[in-house]
Ligand binder design. Structure first.
Ligand SMILES: CSC[C@H]1O[C@H](OP(=O)(O)O)[C@H](O)[C@@H]1O
Length: 369
């Protein structure tokens, strides 16, 4: 997507000179836009774990490129397979909920494992990383086109009036390689000349909505309003939301949706008020081996400092600072995701089209017998 008129993706490979992975460091957005190099698997692992990059598609692609670095590092060791596996385990262990990460690591292990020659294995790992990234871009573009149909229908029902969407967290292009999942239909609607407005949940505790989604939408000129996480229910009660659209970090084979903490509450409010609740995701986010999402999707618990503290821009010191939000002696819990049961989901939007949140519909849409 465009950043101040220049086209960017969130992660890419640098092959000239020393091979390295280059990312948009999302930690200081929206106040500072910084591109940094990751020169080793360990640096890639830290960048994923500490959320320099975040979002299911983005961390999947970053892990894919991390496996390219892993192949190069292991190629210089006596036991290539052992070196590759230990690095794969390091990457896989960084964040548990988004299935895209494990998908990318496992796909790389399969691709590299089929090659005997180490030099060829390194080339295959780069080709595979590029394929994962390119497929993410293509999937998000297709999600945009399929999701556009839903927004067009809402626009027609409102005789061309503004379609008000609500989104939670950041499932925008910063959460993928490009375009995003939840935001792709929004960008497609804007290109199609449909009047849209987005209610942007701030999304405590890391405020991916207020900091990242708002920045993205502002960069693309999409009208939007940042709201506190607890506001959405009121807006839906008063007819101010025509559609909720979110991303997903993992979807079970029966359509249960793991996404940023708070998504479930939005789905409950949407159901109570008859507001369609759509989830946009590339099919690489579907975990075909897991059925009961509420019971079985691993929910990442992060450090309580993310709840205890809040980052912001200090006008006085002209830099990012952080403040403590409550008494030090108070305990804090930091569940990073929740699971919305399929029964609360109106539809799933993938690169293959739109289907009900149900196993048979998912299998049929993705032509899996
Ligand atoms: C669908 S990818 C975006 C997804 O990832 C976010 O989590 P995090 O920022 O912690 O990586 C959030 O769940 C978004 O919906």
């Amino acid at each position: 997507m465009l950043v101040d008129g220049q086209s960017f993706q969130t992660v890419w490979a640098v092959t000239e000179g020393t091979a390295r992975v280059r990312i948009i460091d999302q930690r200081l957005l929206p106040w500072k836009f910084e591109v940094v190099d990751l020169n080793s698997v360990e640096e890639v692992a830290i960048a994923i774990k500490d959320m320099w990059v975040r979002g299911a598609g983005c961390i999947g692609a970053t892990a894919g490129f991390g496996m390219w670095l892993a192949a190069m590092e292991a190629a210089g060791e006596e036991d290539f397979a052992r070196g590759l596996k230990s690095r794969a385990d390091r990457l896989r262990g960084t964040r548990p909920t988004a299935v895209n990460l494990a998908y990318a690591v496992d796909r790389q292990l399969r691709a590299i494992g089929e090659v005997a020659d180490r030099e060829v294995a390194v080339r295959v790992s780069l080709e595979t990383a590029l394929a994962i990234a390119e497929e993410d871009v293509a999937a998000c573009q297709a999600i945009g086109e399929h999701g556009l149909k839903v927004i067009e229908e809402l626009s027609r029902a409102k005789n061309g009036g503004v379609v008000n969407l609500l989104t939670h967290c950041n499932a925008g292009w910063l959460a993928f390689v490009d375009h995003g999942s939840a935001t792709a239909p929004i960008y497609a609607a804007q290109r199609a000349g449909i009047a849209v407005h987005v209610w942007v949940d701030e999304t405590r505790p890391r405020n991916q909505g207020a900091r990242l989604t708002a920045w993205e939408l502002a960069q693309q000129g999409v009208p939007h309003t940042v709201i506190c996480d607890n506001t959405g229910g009121h807006l839906m009660q008063h007819g101010m939301v025509d559609m909720v659209i979110t991303g997903a970090d993992r979807v079970s084979c029966q359509g249960d949706v793991a996404n940023k903490i708070g998504t479930y509450l939005k789905a409950l409010a949407a159901r109570d008020n008859g507001v369609p609740f759509y989830v946009a995701l590339p099919s690489s986010t579907i975990d075909w081996n897991l059925r009961d999402g509420v019971r079985d999707i691993p929910i990442e618990q992060r450090g309580d400092e993310e709840v205890r503290m809040m980052e912001g821009w200090s006008a006085s010191s002209n830099e990012v600072g952080e403040v403590t939000l409550f008494p030090a002696q108070s305990a804090a819990a930091n569940y990073a995701f929740d699971v919305t049961p399929a029964r609360l989901v109106t539809g799933l939007i993938t690169e293959a089209g739109i289907c009900a949140a149900a196993e048979e519909a998912l299998l049929s849409l993705h032509q899996i017998s």
